[in-house]
Design a protein around this ligand. Structure first.
Ligand code: PLP
Length: 426
């Protein structure tokens, strides 16, 4: 890129920031700095979202009520702890495009994934396979393999992998259809992460559900990278279940409580197998401690334990920020940001730098997965030493996630300049 182009890109970043109607949301977050107090280039919201400034007030409120009320806080706290998880249901259901009765915040993601597979992975002699992406998140793969083994199925036989195309690094609809055509009759469960954590690709969820269902498979989605990033419209696409964590794009703090979706058509069924605990029992009779388990006829019927309120308080704080920003506005800004990042990357000469995330708005979220030719982790370490906070995946992928709540276009510009100078220096 010539000097004139660099200046033009910098100007364009400035203009985009000036026109950004969400720019004031950055000031609602704590922005991390290095040991000298210099700001970091934080593009890691796909791993751990930053802390909203209102989080400490929300958590502090519960600490105060606990201090002053003890056990009475269950009913007498300003936000009573007994129904605390219910305060999150409505705003969270909007974020994933669900009805409130289809959503519950509980446990952590991998736990919820297991609970959902207990209910929606019911292998038979004829139909027992599970289909996942080849680059599924390792925890998902471990969970799936352990479920297969739990049912005495050898993962070599029971685990099917949807492979990305070698050249583009992307998953194609055609290859999905081919697998369903060939194996659909023996697939019990299709479990897909959206976006895929590695290449950042978003899928046509409706297409996945329809094709899978035609052949009789159940479909679940892992939205660890989707919740707070893209709109998955879980109810309308008719997923059987979905799970997600709240600490990535949902900014609710490390290890915070996860989300779970069960489609309306399943929530009141009593014939579904499930692992149960007292918090899934009808709230009206829970404390009479009856012997017979009667599930709450909503997604809450899958709850096991009374939830950690301090963690829920952090989620409540974050959802207020999302509600104020408005999801459509966030999504629009997110698309402009990833477009701008891709445009700047395209201008780096020599095809040194490419990306394996699809270009079209419907197939990407915040994250852009960048591939640098002949690079290794040294490059990433040089970038990190210059205050970039991003994520490296072997063998040659840097994941960058500009998030619309707290990143700026100018930061994207600065990142690409940093990358360009280091690629050429290397
Ligand atoms: C982050 C992530 C997880 C993490 O699972 P936890 O149970 O929250 O530790 C699982 N799956 C995917 C796809 C992820 O991106």
């Amino acid at each position: 890129m010539q000097n004139a182009d660099i200046i033009a890109s910098k100007e364009k970043a400035k203009e985009l920031d000036q026109a950004d109607e969400l720019s004031n949301f950055r000031s609602k977050f704590h922005l991390p700095v290095d040991e000298n107090g210099k700001p970091l280039l934080y593009f890691c919201g796909n791993s751990l979202g930053l802390q909203p400034k209102n989080t400490s007030d929300h958590v502090h409120q519960e600490l105060e009520d606990w201090k002053n009320l003890g056990v009475k806080g269950h009913t007498k706290a300003r936000n009573p702890w007994m129904p605390y998880h219910e305060f999150l249901t409505e705003p969270m259901s909007k974020i994933v495009g669900a009805k409130p009765q289809e959503v519950v915040m509980m446990n952590t993601l991998s736990v919820n994934l297991h609970l959902m597979m207990v209910s929606f992975y019911q292998p038979t002699k004829k139909r027992y396979k599970i289909l996942i992406e080849k680059d599924a998140f390792p925890s998902d793969r471990y969970a799936v393999e352990s479920q297969l083994k739990f049912h005495d199925i050898d993962p070599k036989d029971g685990l099917l992998l949807w492979e990305p195309d070698e050249l583009s690094g992307c998953y194609s609809k055609a290859s999905f259809e081919r697998i369903i055509e060939q194996e659909g009759d023996v697939i019990a469960l299709v479990l897909i992460g959206c976006p895929n954590y590695y290449n950042g690709q978003c899928f046509d969820l409706e297409h996945i559900v329809q094709r899978s269902r035609e052949k009789g498979s159940k479909v679940g989605f892992d939205l660890a990278h989707g919740a707070g990033n893209i709109q998955p419209n879980l109810h309308d696409v008719e997923a059987d279940f979905a799970v997600w964590c709240s600490y990535k794009y949902l900014n609710s703090g490390p290890g915070s409580v996860a989300g779970c979706f069960v489609h309306e058509k399943h929530i009141a069924r009593t014939d579904i197998k499930r692992f149960t605990g007292w918090w899934g029992h009808q709230a009206s009779t829970r404390f009479q401690m009856p012997d017979d388990f009667q599930p709450i006829p909503t997604a809450e019927g899958w709850q096991l334990s009374n939830p950690p309120v301090l963690s829920l308080a952090a989620i409540k704080a974050s959802l207020e920020v999302f509600d104020n920003a408005g999801f459509d506005r966030l999504r629009n800004k997110s698309v402009s940001m990833s477009n701008f990042l891709m445009e700047l990357l395209d201008e780096i000469p020599d095809e040194m730098v490419t990306y394996i995330t699809p270009r079209s708005a419907t197939e990407k979220g915040c994250q852009v997965s960048i591939r640098v030719k002949n690079s290794d982790k040294d490059l990433f370490e040089r970038l990190s030493a210059q205050n970039l906070v991003a994520d490296w995946r072997e063998p040659d992928v840097i994941r960058i996630a500009p998030t619309p709540l707290y990143n700026t276009f100018e930061e994207i510009y600065r990142f690409v300049e940093l990358l360009r100078s280091n690629v050429h220096a290397g």
